[in-house]
Design a protein around this ligand. Structure first.
Ligand code: UD1
Ligand code: UDP
Length: 364
């Protein structure tokens, strides 16, 4: 029986790891345990509740306005005790958060093999996204097994000198999650509110967008709302106080904008699936939008998710106010441009990633 420990701490990691937790727990060859660092608190709990996953260890590390130093140092110290007690044969971390990086580092110090889920994403700009590009590259130095979601991610790892035999092409587990959350008979008060209008779904949270870039995004939204009476905006705000303050200040008084608490993933996925278009700087939302075939403007200068851009559903637009207004207007007025982006695709897999990862782990 293999002892597998999955360690994660933020909303997106949880959404992408819960399907894998469930798959591993369903197999008798694994003794599966879950440790949450609690880098996020409410936003993590929402996901665990929607997927009915109960962690075996909860480090509850989140502090308001925590810094990168806080997260890295506290995860590194605290996870050590869990690793000592759980004695895993392999630890699975996800993606590029500081929880994932610090946990991989702790495993390295204790010489425990690490499996990296969603390995190989790159922009090759260490400051974009910040600090995620560093985190994921650092994890790749440590990881024994790399679960690459796409062929491009696999090639990045090969180019960096990782052994072919340690890389497994899996698809992205976010599609596994999406396949369980999106329902035909779904309703929500925000969807009732937006009936008869084109719903723009917005999420913004990246560190490199804090401050002026975020203000420009909100100004663009204000302008488009003034110019078009047929749109409504749903914006579930990330709980970072810096974001909440900027959003409330810049979008105050816009009656066709609903700023809400973060949605649980079930609500989020179903509302995204019914929106007209999406504006986001999120990684996971880009992958989901691509699978759902939702025209999406990506509020970033660089992306590691080029597959979604190539598939046509995503467009990298940055945060310049005028360009953003122009791109939104294009999708609102030019039917052909909209239709060209509104196609579902399997660039991030078909919902079997967790099964493939579990199969690989079983054979190791
Ligand atoms: C983190 C990850 C980022 C990921 C994002 C997903 C790092 C360095 N960053 O960034 O890669 O894309 O999560 O959302 O790992 N907060 C709450 N409650 C919560 C969650 C957050 O109040 O449930 C507030 C806290 O004040 C916290 C702040 O948000 O200090 C920022 O959280 P943090 O995890 O440090 O950074 P994120 O921007 O969320
Ligand atoms: N999400 C959610 N509720 C929200 C906003 C986003 O459940 O209010 C989900 C979204 O569907 C996606 C994930 O959170 O699966 C993305 O997380 P986030 O944008 O915080 O981080 P990133 O993917 O950029 O690391």
């Amino acid at each position: 029986m293999k002892r597998v420990l999955l360690v994660f701490g933020t909303r997106p990691e949880a959404i992408k790891m819960c399907p894998l937790v469930k798959e591993l727990k369903s197999r008798k060859n694994f003794d599966t345990a879950v440790c949450v660092t609690g880098q996020h608190h409410q936003m993590l709990d929402q996901v665990l509740a929607d997927f009915s996953v109960i962690p075996d260890y909860d480090l509850s590390l989140m502090r308001n306005n925590q810094t990168l130093f806080d997260i890295t140092a506290s995860v590194l110290q605290s996870v050590k005790e869990v690793l000592k007690e759980a004695k895993p044969d392999v630890v699975l971390v996800h993606g590029d958060t500081s929880s994932a990086f610090a946990c991989a580092l702790a495993c390295f110090y204790m010489q425990i093999p690490v499996g990296h889920v969603e390995a190989g994403l790159r922009t090759y700009d260490i400051y974009s996204p910040y600090p995620e590009e560093f985190n994921r590259r650092a994890i790749s130095i440590i990881s024994r097994y790399d679960f690459a979601p796409t062929e491009r991610a696999r090639e990045n790892l090969l180019t960096e000198g990782k052994e072919n035999s340690s890389i497994f092409l899996t698809g992205n587990t976010v599609i596994d999650a999406l396949k369980t959350t999106v329902r035909r008979d779904y309703t929500h008060p925000e969807l009732e509110w937006s009936k008869g209008s084109k719903l723009i779904f917005v999420t913004v949270h990246r560190r490199e967008n804090l401050g002026n870039p975020m203000r420009r995004i909100f100004c663009a939204l204000r302008r488009i709302l003034e110019e078009r009476s047929d749109i409504k905006v749903l914006y579930p705000i990330h709980l970072n106080p810096l974001i909440i303050n900027t959003a409330r200040r810049e979008l105050a008084g816009c009656d066709r904008v609903h700023m809400t608490e973060p949605l649980g993933p079930l609500d989020c996925h179903n509302i995204m699936a019914r929106s007209y278009m999406i504006l986001t700087d999120s990684g996971g939302v880009q992958e989901e939008a691509s699978f759902l075939g939702k025209p999406t403007l990506v509020l970033r200068e660089k992306s590691e998710r080029l597959e979604g851009i190539e598939s046509g559903a995503l467009r990298l637009v940055g945060t310049d106010e005028s360009s953003l207004c122009k791109e939104m207007m294009r999708l609102l007025t030019d039917g052909a441009a909209y239709e060209a982006m509104a196609h579902t695709n399997n660039a991030y897999g078909n919902g079997c990633a967790s099964k493939i990862i579990a199969d690989v782990l079983e054979k190791l």
